[in-house]
Design a protein around this ligand. Structure first.
Ligand code: DC
Length: 209
């Protein structure tokens, strides 16, 4: 069974997907981590993230696997390096290349085959798993999402976080491939005023478990 969750950055997708997966005993698959891993690898090798051909050639030359829920690049656990400010800043650009998206989509579908998974990303309900058993679209206002980020990263400045979130929304919605779209058959949940527990309960109730 595939439970797919889409929505903008900071809408709660990862946190909720992870918890729902844990409580259902499903595998959690974060599709954004794949884009982050390809971005990280390019940056570490001194490749200009805007040079699409080089980023793609590098992506094709490395092996991304998931071990115990952690992303590994050529067998090395790289999970801890996926959320640095430079990866945050470049992942959206890197993920806008349709050829790279094909790589990620194929890798994600292969991993998911025959498993019970909860997966989340920007296009999991529309492109990666259009036939998912259950589809959700999480949303929250940019201000609430910025507040959540600031809570997670003590010391972060609210105004600059808010600006970065709005900029990422714009890039994620405007990119030529894999743009964030709301699937008409996804259940829309505005998480702005809900607790994590409340959103998890809604998802689990909908899935009927
Ligand atoms: O969800 P995240 O912030 O970890 O995602 C990292 C980047 O990858 C972000 O810019 C959105 C992009 N992404 C995407 O284009 N498609 C997905 N299915 C998941 C993430």
């Amino acid at each position: 069974m595939v439970i797919a969750i889409d929505g903008p950055a900071g809408s709660g997708k990862s946190t909720i997907a992870r918890r729902v997966a844990a409580s259902l005993g499903f595998y959690f698959l974060n599709t954004g981590s794949f884009y982050r891993a390809y971005t990280l690898s390019a940056l570490e090798r001194g490749i200009d993230p805007l040079d699409r051909d080089k980023v793609l050639a590098n992506a094709e030359s490395i092996r991304i696997t998931v071990e115990n829920g952690n992303i590994c690049i050529d067998g090395i656990d790289s999970e801890g390096k996926l959320h640095t400010p430079s990866v945050d800043a470049w992942a959206s650009q890197v993920s806008s290349d349709p050829r790279l998206r094909e790589l990620v989509n194929a890798a994600v579908r292969k991993l998911a085959a025959g498993m019970n998974i909860v997966t989340e990303g920007r296009d999991t309900t529309t492109v990666i798993f259009p036939d998912a058993d259950f589809k959700f679209y999480f949303d929250a206002s940019p201000e609430i999402r910025a507040e959540r980020r600031v809570k997670d990263q003590p010391g972060a400045d609210y105004e600059s976080v808010l600006k970065a979130i709005k900029e990422r929304d714009r890039m994620d919605m405007e990119k030529e491939a894999g743009a964030l779209k709301r699937s008409p058959d996804a259940l829309y949940i505005d998480t702005s005023l809900l607790t994590i527990k409340e959103v998890c309960e809604k998802v689990i109730k909908t899935v009927g478990k």
